[in-house]
Design a protein around this ligand. Sequence first.
Ligand SMILES: [Zn+2]
Length: 480
Amino acid sequence: MKITFHGAAKEVTGSCYEVETEHAHFLVDCGMFQGGKAAAIRNQAPFKFNPRAIDFVILTHAHIDHCGLLPKLCRDGFKGPIYMTLATADLLDIMLRDSAHIQEYEAERALKRGRKKEIEITPAYRMADAIAVSRQVSAIEYNEMSEPALSIQFRLRDAGHILGSAIIELWAEDQGKKTKFVFSGDLGQPDRVILRDPTEIEDADILIVESTYGNRIHKNMEDTIEEFVSAVNETLLEKKGNVIIPAFALGRTQEIIYYFYELTRQGRFRDLNIFVDSPMATAVTKLTWRHLKLFDEEAKALAHWSADGDGVPNIKFTESVEESRALNKFASGAVIIAASGMCTAGRIKHHLKHNLDRRQSTILITGFQAAGTPGRKIVDRARTIRIHGKDIPLRADVYTLGGFSAHADQNALLSWLRAFKKAPQRTFVTHGEAETANYFAKQIRQQLKWHVDVPEAGEVKEIDINSDGASMEATSLQKS
Ligand SMILES: [Zn+2]
């Protein structure tokens, strides 16, 4: 039995793990790489395995760094089912269409600007490829056992990260021995709004755990909310500027809307004019309401208040490009939420172009910004930010509100690990930048005394579990 880490190995994007057992050959996630030209090159390169040889895929959630290369996988010959939760299945189609649209659009722009390199003018896949994925989707309920191949069973548990997100528990029999894998997927921070807490898992032989914030402790929620309220009120009431919030259309946008509602209900905000300028975010927000039964109790209560309509903030979902452009004429008083979350594409770029160089305006960063993205440059307060080929001076205020993160912080990750009743025979730390993943692995070794590895991209680990659970070989076979 062996596992290959094709992505999210010492980095946060491109999640894709390939598992080969005696009876099956499958993938967990098939995500896009994000962050600059290097990522685009990897997204276009042929897969390092044969897509035709893959029997099935299990998808943890609908974020593009986990699902974004599925259209390429299917186009290149993968014919099997893709398992996911019902909510993820609803979201997937929206996400993949948007991704195809962005790529076609960027390729067209590059062509118009006279670029000639193949990499710049060819999208990793097209709209038709994105639409075709739905034929292979197999949606299942949380906690329901499935048997996708001989001697393989798995179930999806709530990961509390975004709507539909899942942890995978999977049992594989290989030469008469049963091995239990747990793939954490992305884990949510406990006690966050809307979503339930990540499910605690009690045992695993092989554990693959994310580490996005494995070296950080989020600011507590109360401080984050205070900073949020004062940044918004100061910008709108004193500086008379706009508040620009780059936000992932899926997850973050709905949470930010939740906070604007909840804090208005508490009297902390008044007369807000909020624009959600992302057709995808609008579609996801509508879809989120349809899955009310997955919400926690507070979110259900707020849903009832907002349905009354008394004192609720003025919120407008802009659809057309004209409506979006019209927002540029607001010099003050607008709260604009737009995608993409790391400012790499989409309408947020236009709003940044019009606000970055204005001292009155404020950029509120509410999610993770990968190295190399414009969002990261804003967080690091670069002197200028390159948008649509122009360097815009960064004069606006920037607030980074880490407390809103959709990812568990170091304490939450460690406490999720502590729920395991005994040490997994082998733990692999993934989905974190190299320094972070190494640091988190060290914490696990020191605090839990577990056997931990931090795989490199392309690394293959041979897995051989002793049935008595006493020892295990995990040898590194090759690196690509
Ligand atoms: Zn995610």
